[in-house]
Each structure stands twice: as structure tokens, then as C-alpha cells.
Design a protein around this ligand. Structure first.
Ligand SMILES: Cc1ncc(COP(=O)(O)O)c(C=O)c1O
Length: 359
């Protein structure tokens, strides 16, 4: 089955085989070597200086990485402006609400880019009580495929002297993130999307200076504690050892294939092949390619066809696609081109769509 959903992704045989390595006790040096390698390789994906940045691993999914980031890095007296233009932005606000973290929601349309002037105005609140300390945003809003304008949002953070917390769950490894931006505090992500590992390992790349001041509101996902113990070759709990095996192998493969620029180019080529092929059949993308990530593209459902009919027909041909979220499930479907997919696979997919239109 070819997975065109936005993670978990199809594995390469090499990564799948890595799951069959020796059983490991997580209190032995062999596990700490594995953990160290995963953390070093994660920093290398964006050429980060380990003296400034720390990769903090956790056994969890992407949401937990976002949750641990927000729950630890916003201080007691902090205040967050959450940019919401999709389901995952809404989720950050839900996390803030659950922990009682002072926050406001910047609710933008899902269909157009967030209004930067309005965000700048909200960040420039003159009253000290109203001042935001952090902006939290999703880099690639997987709900619609929109790639939020990270350079512009970073600029607003610098101007407003606000720190940036980024949900990079569906962009890390394939889209550009400027870690030299002094406002960027941390990025949360996961192993089983653009890095092509398996579900079970997630991580936060955080500034060491921010981690040193972190005070988490959660026990299991305490980012500061995880960071300190991992630096000391330790771990507080039982990690998903096999998911870490797969992450390391996936990161080796990622580096050998040319790193994030190559991964971006590979996704861009597959996404453009699908977009062009479907356009010829009259199936329109939701966003123009300049506003969409290379990771996932949302499309309008073909005239007169429900999502479930389309989904089931493609599944019998060996493809899993994804519905739109919320109300969009009635009008949209989504195709992600992450994972071990080839141009031939996409050609066959387009041929299946052509068969459906003809039938
Ligand atoms: C941008 C973004 N954030 C968070 C998540 C949640 O990740 P998970 O389902 O691994 O918890 C997803 C999942 O697709 C996502 O795309």
C-alpha cells in the first residue's frame, strides 16, 4: 500500500530492516550511543551548532513534542500569541488552554495567508500586562498544505522582541528553517514525516539558553529534564528503542541522499508531477504552488464525487489518500508525497485518477 497521507510514511527497506537490530536495554551504553547518534544527526540536518542547540528526544508523537515545547519554554509570566490558520494551530491554543498558559488566539482564515500587519499590531501591545513573550505558529499547516511565511513571522518576532515557538512537525527536514534567527527559540517535530522514520520518536530542537531556564508544567514531557538527562547519557523512562534505531537509519539515509535540500527537491518534483497530472484531468489544487509546501497539497474533489468514493476506489488500487479536515472533508482531499515514493508511483496514481474520470 502506498501511503499518501501525511505520515506515517512508507519506509525504505533499509529503514525497515533497521528495526530488526539487537534487543537493547535502555540503561546500557549501547542505547546511549544510539540516543547520542540520533541527537547529533538531528542537529546536523540543519547544520546546527551543538554548543547553541540541543535535540531533545521523546517517545511520543508530534503533538507531544509541541506540547512539551510549549509547556516548558513559556515561563510562568509568559504570554503567547498563537497563530491559528488550521487544525494544528488550533491545537497549540488548546495546549495553552489546558495548561492555563496565558495566551491569545490570532484566528486567520484557513484559505488565505495570515495577515502580517494584524499580527504585528497584536505583538506591539503597549501595555506591559498585555505584552506577548512568545509567538507560536505552525510552519506547514497540514490542514490545507499552506506553508506559513516563516521569514516574515520571524521578522515580526524580532521587531516585537518576542520569541518564536515553531510546530515543524510536517516540515522539519524538507522546508527551510532559519535557525540563525535570534527570535527562534525551538522547533518541535517527529521522526515519521519528512525524515522517513517510524512513529514513536519525536523531538524538540531548542536553544540551550532557553532550556537552561525551562520550567515544565508536565511530568512525562518535561523538556528541560529530558534535555539534561540526555546530555548526561541518561533517560528518565523506557524509550521506544526500535523507533530510535529507525530514526538513526533514516537520518543516515537522509544525509547520504543529500540532506534537506535534496529532500526538498525530491518532494517538489513529486508534488509538481501530481499537481500537473491532476490539473490536466480538471482537478484543481486548493492553493497555488507558491503558497503550498512541497510536502502536501490539498485538492478539490472531482465534480460529483464524494471523498469516500474516491478514497475507496484509490485504495483498491493500492493508494491511501487523506480527507480534508473539519468541514473541508466534504470538498477537499489531500495528497502527501513524503516517504519512499517514486515518480513511477505518481504516474500510476495519475493514471488511476484518469481511469476514474473516464469511468
Ligand atoms: C503540523 C502538524 N502538527 C502536529 C501534528 C500532530 O502530529 P501527531 O499526529 O504525530 O501527534 C501533525 C500531524 O499531522 C501536523 O501535521
Amino acid at each position: 500500500m502506498l501511503l499518501l497521507n501525511p505520515g506515517p510514511v512508507n519506509l525504505t527497506e533499509r529503514v525497515r530492516r533497521s528495526l530488526l537490530q539487537a534487543d537493547l536495554c535502555h540503561r546500557e551504553s549501547e542505547f546511549y550511543d544510539l540516543q547520542d547518534e540520533a541527537r547529533t544527526r538531528l542537529l546536523a540536518t540543519y547544520d546546527l551548532d551543538p554548543a547553541q542547540w540541543q535535540a531533545v528526544l521523546m517517545t511520543a508523537s508530534g503533538t507531544a513534542a509541541v506540547e512539551s515545547m510549549v509547556a516548558a519554554l513559556v515561563p510562568e509570566r509568559g504570554r503567547v500569541l498563537v497563530v491559528e490558520n488550521g487544525v494544528y494551530g488550533e491545537r497549540i491554543a488548546q495546549i495553552c488552554a489546558r495548561y492555563g498558559i496565558p495566551h491569545e488566539r490570532f484566528i486567520g482564515s484557513w484559505m488565505v495567508a495570515p495577515d502580517l500587519d494584524e499580527i504585528a499590531a497584536r505583538l506591539a501591545a503597549p501595555d506591559a500586562h498585555e505584552r506577548f513573550t512568545h509567538l507560536a505558529v505552525v510552519h506547514h499547516e497540514t490542514t490545507t498544505g499552506r506553508l506559513n511565511d516563516l521569514p516574515a513571522l520571524s521578522r515580526l518576532c524580532r521587531q516585537g522582541n518576542v520569541k518564536l515557538l515553531l510546530d515543524g512537525v510536517s516540515s522539519f527536514g524538507a522546508e527551510a528553517i532559519d535557525f540563525s534567527d535570534p527570535s527562534l527559540d525551538a522547533v518541535a517535530a517527529t521522526a515519521n514525516k519528512c525524515l522517513h522514520g517510524v512513529p514513536g520518536a519525536a523531538f524538540v530542537i531548542a536553544r540551550r539558553s532557553s532550556l537552561a531556564a525551562a520550567a515544565s508544567r508536565t511530568f512525562y514531557l518535561d523538556l528541560g529534564r529530558l534535555a539534561t538527562l540526555q546530555d548526561q547519557r541518561g533517560t528518565p523512562f523506557t524509550p521506544a528503542v526500535h523507533a530510535y534505531y529507525a530514526l538513526v537509519e533514516a537520518l543516515k539515509e537522509f544525509a547520504e541522499e543529500g540532506g534537506r535540500t535534496a529532500r526538498h527537491a525530491r518532494y517538489a518534483a513529486l508534488a509538481s508531477q501530481v499537481r500537473t497530472g491532476l490539473a490536466k484531468l480538471g482537478i484543481r489544487s486548493l492553493l497555488p504552488s507558491g503558497e503550498s509546501s512541497v510536502v502536501l497539497c490539498a485538492y478539490h474533489l472531482p465534480q460529483g464525487m464524494s471523498y469516500s468514493t474516491l478514497h475507496d476506489a484509490l485504495k483498491t488500487e493500492g493508494f491511501v489518500i487523506y480527507a480534508g479536515q473539519g468541514d473541508l472533508s466534504k470538498t477537499l482531499f489531500r495528497i502527501s508525497t513524503m516517504g519512499n515514493l517514486s515518480a513511477q508511483d505518481m504516474q500510476r496514481l495519475i493514471a488511476c485518477f484518469a481511469g476514474l474520470s473516464a469511468g
